[in-house]
Design a protein around this ligand. Structure first.
Ligand SMILES: [Fe+2]
Length: 123
């Protein structure tokens, strides 16, 4: 689970990516930019210098028109997690930083997501 911070809009998210590149952390961006399906939030995931994953995203909160029917997502629909953008890298899916005194647990769900490396034909 990443630590997440909200940013006000898309330009702030891209500015954060530019700052990452300017300070030498461009290769630490391991997912995004993209847009989540469930929340409709734009996102960018980056590793900090200690390799903890940080998510920057535009807010989940939005005004709801009560006359608009809710969207029912299927758990197997990949657009639930990402409407557009390149697939996440293998390290995004399968690597996480450990926290002292917190035991590592196996994931509850076994998934076989398409990774960026597979998408690009690198495997
Ligand atoms: Fe996210």
């Amino acid at each position: 689970m990443p630590v997440a911070y909200t940013v006000p809009d898309a330009s702030a998210l891209l500015h954060a990516a530019d700052v990452c590149g300017a300070v030498g952390l461009g290769r630490e961006i391991d997912r995004g930019p993209g847009r989540h399906g469930l929340s409709n939030a734009l996102f960018l995931y980056v590793r900090d210098p200690d390799q903890h994953r940080i998510e920057l995203f535009t807010t989940h909160y939005q005004f709801i028109d009560l006359e608009t029917p809710p969207i029912r997502w299927d758990v197997s629909d990949p657009q639930r997690a990402q409407l557009w953008g390149m697939p996440a890298s293998e390290r995004w899916f399968f690597e996480a930083s450990e926290f002292p005194a917190e035991p590592v647990q196996e994931p509850l769900l076994k998934a076989n997501p398409e990774t960026l490396e597979e998408y690009l034909g690198l495997h």
